[in-house]
Design a protein around this ligand. Structure first.
Ligand code: TEU
Length: 578
């Protein structure tokens, strides 16, 4: 039935392949590394893995600059490695989702190289968005649009034309009005389906259609995350035409397979328009990023849940997604340890970095708070109806690595001028995972030697010494560790999951509080909800302990107090007495 399609309530684990596990000793994670950790993933209890881009790329933007859409980066392995990885995943009942980047390619993509070497107006140029400039000598960009990581969205080529790039200049935007572009992506999607892929994550899904005739952009916010125009008339983002593209993908690819493939759209669009992407004749699901934008603030998290429920209700049978962390936002264990800051600020790595560093903390007290809240948060999230996305390392309770030296950073956003807030960019959440507790071979991220017998190269981003306390080896089998907590949470989620995706607030418990009440001055209050089968979550944000409803206590994120009450920053799962 529709209700029990696997992806509707899956726990999906996001792998950032270059930082997950290195099987060859290059210091860069690879596909065989993923295969080698399939037991770990199965034991964790997730239903699917989503791999961020692993395609050939010069890493101008962490792999979101693709040179060849139907191949594996030779540094990360081969197509045979990919097929073996899919086989290993499927053997353990784990589905595989790959990342599609349709808005732009790498400037090293053969098509863009061909465009550069071709005449203005040529068919090769028409696969991208080339225009003459404005001004007497065409010295001004065709529009005043700015790029997401700072600077103008146009770059000039030697013959005087300009090309559009919403991200770095190494990421030229495709022209989606060109049938050749459309056909090529149908080929790409089909290719990955034929290699056993179960689903897709669609990068910048809201950006594919543009109105090039518009330059009234002083009126519009060009920051993809903050586009507030909600009627499809923004010149660049969330235009109605993008939906024709996804309808074509659905009928010409996704529905041709059995079972039908699904996709989840990355679309930072106003809440009122998210559901359009999730339509069953389009992608099927869309990210609701509100958790990723929230810190540990009861009212904001409550609103995020309500918005996700409303989003699902506006779709024709889809579900919401819940995402606390991904490769684009500061790790939530760090965000939750911060003093209360506004929702928007929570997204910026600069806030986490600066606050932690400026306050000269040992990190210790902040970490404890971040850990306690993260344990409560995963319970708050995992009992919700819909799909929950776990970002690699959050199951270990990893924090943002705030102090990567400038000369070792990779993220272009770190060097962008946009908003003066980008600071050190997103690398702090992309540091290679610690698998063992000694720093040897990058905490077990790499093997001891390379194939040629040489010692492994250092991890591509430096790991801090405190990773020793947060490694898989340190947490495996250790009572009360984040890893064991996640395993328990995921196992219980499987046991109590129900196809009925309704949610009801437990009115007697669920309440807001206007009082600053927490260790870092956040407001108290309680979030309490139940599923149709009586599976309930109660999270206490305030300093006043909370009594629990009658029923069987399945799990608490911290021990209850002597009175059997739920302490601050703690969640409980109860099977309500019916
Ligand atoms: O992100 C799109 C996007 O909206 C980001 O630029 C976001 O604004 C930023 O990361 C702050 O959170 C996707 C990918 O997830 C991101 O990693 C890529 O850099 C981007 O597309 C370009 O491909």
């Amino acid at each position: 039935t529709q209700a029990d399609l696997w992806w509707k309530q899956a726990a999906v684990y996001q792998i950032y392949p270059r930082s997950f596990a290195d099987s060859t000793g290059t210091g860069l994670g690879d596909i065989a590394g993923v295969t080698s950790r399939m037991d770990y993933l199965a034991q964790l209890g997730i239903d699917a893995i989503w791999l961020s881009p692993f395609y050939p790329s010069e890493l101008a933007d962490g792999g979101y600059d693709v040179q060849d859409y139907r191949n594996v980066d030779p540094k990360l392995g081969t197509m045979a490695d990919f097929d073996a990885m899919v086989e290993a995943a499927h053997a353990k009942g784990i589905k595989v989702i790959v990342d599609i980047v349709p808005n732009h390619s790498s400037h090293l993509h053969p098509w863009f190289q061909e465009a550069l070497n071709s005449e203005p107006g040529s068919a090769a140029r028409n696969r991208y968005i080339f225009r003459d400039g404005k001004g007497e000598h065409g010295e001004l960009p065709p529009t005043k649009w700015s790029a997401n990581f700072g600077g103008p969205a146009w770059t000039r080529v030697p013959d005087g034309q300009w090309y559009l790039h919403l991200f770095t200049k190494e990421q030229p935007d495709f022209n989606w009005d060109n049938p050749e572009v459309r056909d090529d992506f149908l080929k790409t999607l089909t290719f990955w389906c034929d290699h056993g892929t179960d689903g897709f994550r669609i990068d910048v899904a809201e950006g594919l259609a543009k109105d090039l005739d518009r330059d009234d952009l002083d009126d519009y916010d060009m920051d993809v995350m903050h586009v507030t125009v909600d009627d499809g008339t923004h010149p660049v983002y969330d235009r109605d035409e993008v939906h024709e593209i996804f309808k074509e993908w659905r009928s010409k690819v996704f529905d041709r397979y059995e079972p039908a493939r699904f996709a989840v759209g990355e679309a930072w669009v106003p809440v009122s328009r998210q559901h359009l992407y999730a339509s069953p004749d389009e992608l099927g699901q869309v990210f609701n990023f509100e958790f990723a934008e929230c810190n540990w603030v009861r009212d904001e998290l409550h609103q995020a849940i309500q918005d996700g429920i409303d989003l699902a209700a506006r779709t024709n049978g889809s579900t919401s997604t819940w995402v606390m962390s991904n490769h684009d936002v500061p790790r939530h264990a760090s965000r939750y340890a911060l003093p209360q800051v506004s929702t928007d600020n929570g997204l910026y790595h600069a806030i986490a970095n600066d606050w932690l560093l400026r306050n000269g903390r040992t990190y210790h007290e902040d970490r404890q708070l971040g850990t306690i809240r993260s344990k409560a948060a995963i319970m708050l999230e995992m009992a919700l109806p819909g799909s929950a996305y776990v970002y690699q390392g959050e199951e270990l309770g990893l924090f943002e690595v705030a102090d990567i030296p400038w000369d070792q950073l990779e993220d272009p956003w770190a060097f962008g001028t946009s908003q003066n807030l980008s600071k050190k960019g997103r690398d702090g959440s992309r540091v290679p995972l610690p698998w063992t507790s000694t720093p040897d071979h990058s905490f077990g991220f790499s093997p001891s030697t390379q194939a040629n017998g040489q010692p492994s190269a250092p991890a591509h981003l430096p790991q801090p010494s405190w990773f020793a306390d947060y490694s898989v080896a340190a947490e495996n089998g250790k009572p009360g560790s984040m890893l064991e907590h996640y395993r328990t949470v995921l196992a219980l989620r499987h046991r109590y999951q129900t196809n009925d995706t309704s949610l009801r607030w437990l009115e007697d418990y669920d309440h807001s509080s206007s009082q600053p009440d927490g260790a870092n001055g956040q407001h108290g209050g309680v979030i309490a909800y139940a599923r149709a089968n009586g599976w309930a979550n109660i999270t206490n944000f305030g300093s006043e302990p909370v009594g629990l409803p009658e029923g069987e206590i399945l799990l608490t994120s911290q021990p209850l107090d002597e009175q059997g009450h739920l302490p601050q920053d703690t969640s409980a799962w109860i099977l309500l007495a019916q």
